[in-house]
Design a protein around this ligand. Sequence first.
Ligand code: SOE
Length: 378
Amino acid sequence: MRELAVAMIGAGFMGKAHSLAYAMAPVAYRLPAGLRRRLVVDVVEDVARAAAGDFGFEEAATSWRSAVERDDIDVVDIVTPNDSHAEIAVAAAERGKHILCEKPMAIDAPSAERMWRSAERAGVVNMVGFNYRHVPAIAYVRQLIDTGQLGTPYVFRSTYLQDWGLAGGPLVWRFERARAGSGALGDIGSHAIDCAEYLLGEIRRVCGRLATFTSTRPIAGSNGAIGIVDVDDAATFMAEFASGVTGVFTATRHAWSRKNQLAFELDASRGALKFNWDARDELYLALADDAEAVRGFRQLSMGPAHPDPWWPIAGLGTGYLETTVNQLRDFVHAIVDGGTARPNFADGLHVQRVVDAVIESSRVHGWVDVPAAAAVTV
Ligand code: SOE
């Protein structure tokens, strides 16, 4: 069987998640290729070495550039801070490597467009780590919409709420525009945008407001020096989809006691539904065709009757890791069987365009158009 050798660039929290996925995916699914954790890269040698041991990689290195140039590497997995994604992805594509890149795809749409262009030119498989669309309940929502069971979608309301931004922590890269591109908007709002576009198609116009509540933070290891936060702590925007659906979104890392609450509701002509990551194995569904006496939201428990079942009975549970395994499965199939793994760089680029449009909209206090994906050519 073919074997894909992976160089993972970055060794933080997402590196751990992806490493677990490399170990679990061949057990969870019968994959068409083996996955070899060949090389892990971190600029700090000790961190790289520790990661190789902890995450099960054969080798550790400190230069991503040498890693992507190696002939014995098939896949480059980018789990570094956002500002390095474009440079690494472009170099990897030029060397013919397949690329799995963490979200958001880049710090802005022009960088994401460069990545997309390079990958298209090189003909390599490319994928962005928007893992939440691989939750079985969300994949099932897509089926409900595509098969017309909900009728015409009308209004989509989405919130992605966390509270770790309130803890008064140091000025990590996620609070710096030059490194992250944006704050809550790109970090977690991008997941909500990806889910929305996966379910309902492209967003074509937005009107939003960004706000920063904690505007300074201590600089780690600097003896009390204070740094400026130049990204949003909360992003709220209205969206108009190309299909005519209306969307309302809020993403914030300043929402007390909401730890990782990606939630949405959809109202449609023949039904409605509610999803909440806190109970991710459930979906609340109401259908207009139900007899009047029992009409209301029913609670579905995800299982073998739904997409991506892991276990033979419903209710055993799928979580964060399962979504990264499902994502990896699609990536490996695209490499071996041909085709594309979604969300690919074109999808990630469009999400980035929505993010950039929300930032611009907040700046000009008005609606901003989002260029269509079809508007770009290689
Ligand atoms: C931090 O907000 C974070 O780790 C995000 O960067 C991830 O994408 C999200 O899945 C969990 O929270």
